[in-house]
Design a protein. Structure first.
Length: 120
């Protein structure tokens, strides 16, 4: 892939990483502030449900942060945009839709079919 395009994707990934890290910081502050006792058990249960939901979202974001960092490493080592399964070039359309992807559309489709077949 051309240097110009790699820098374009690096910029996209760095912006995404910064946004995710900022959101994670805000979430931790929100969680620390949310440790309030409620006299009504229903209010407490609702607050606990909301807290658990927020934690699940933050866990997904934590995983995405790792994927963004790995994509940046692939840019640095020259493997960004190359399918890790078949070695083909990943289309720009796919990279624009999902800059952290490691599989071309053909291999991803096959992976999803296999997951569906196995029920995972």
């Amino acid at each position: 892939m051309e240097k110009e395009k790699l820098e374009h994707y690096r910029k996209i990934l760095l912006q995404r990483l910064q946004t995710l890290l900022e959101e994670a910081g805000k979430a931790m502050n929100d969680l620390n502030e949310a440790k309030v006792r409620f006299p009504d058990p229903t209010d407490g249960a609702t607050a606990e449900f909301d807290r658990d939901f927020l934690l699940r979202i933050r866990d997904r974001e934590r995983k995405l942060i790792k994927k963004v960092q790995e994509a940046l490493e692939r840019i640095d080592n020259g493997t960004y945009g190359i399918c890790e399964s078949c070695g083909a070039e990943i289309s720009e359309k796919r990279l624009m839709a999902r800059p952290v992807t490691t599989l071309c559309i053909k291999c991803k489709t096959e992976q999803e079919k296999e997951e569906k077949r196995l029920g995972t």
